[in-house]
Ligand binder design. Structure first.
Ligand code: DQA
Length: 142
């Protein structure tokens, strides 16, 4: 099985970005951990990050066109991007799986993080386990 592991804005800054919230591991550490877990699970993954909404939308279109499942950390787009939600809806609407992931537990944070516009069109959501959120999401795709 092939899956795209897509990451939204500011996640390239892991390690230096609010380490008390997001931990000290870098995005390179995240990508390496994801590749290792994917190999164990027999998944082939492509790990990507962008700060641009349109690029993320394009990657979701690619997932539909190439028929691959998605692990998506939409970062701040989670809370307000209807464009991303509509693109995510096309993935699950095509019978593919899209797992929303978060490093932190958004419900334990600021009120504006309590709502996800992506959640209702995702297959499921894993949040609050740090990098392990990604491992749990990957294991749901096997
Ligand atoms: C996040 C949570 C979002 O609220 C935030 O904007 C992020 C990261 C997480 O992984 O915990 O950038 O998606």
């Amino acid at each position: 099985t092939r899956a795209l592991v897509l990451n939204g804005p500011n996640l390239s800054r892991l390690g230096t970005r609010e380490p008390e919230v997001y931990g000290s591991e870098t995005f390179a550490d995240l990508a390496a951990a994801v590749q290792g877990w994917a190999a164990e699970l027999g998944l082939e993954v492509d790990v990507r990050q962008t700060d641009h909404e349109g690029e993320l939308v394009g990657w979701l279109h690619e997932a539909v066109d190439t028929r691959c499942d998605v692990v998506l950390n939409p970062a701040a787009f989670t809370h307000y991007s209807y464009a991303l939600r509509d693109a995510a809806a096309q993935v699950t609407g095509a019978g593919l799986r899209l797992v929303e992931v978060h490093l932190t537990n958004p419900y334990a944070r600021e009120t504006f993080r309590h709502h996800s516009v992506v959640g209702p069109v995702a297959t499921g959501t894993v949040a609050g386990f740090g990098l392990t959120s990604y491992r749990l999401a990957l294991s749901s795709l096997t």
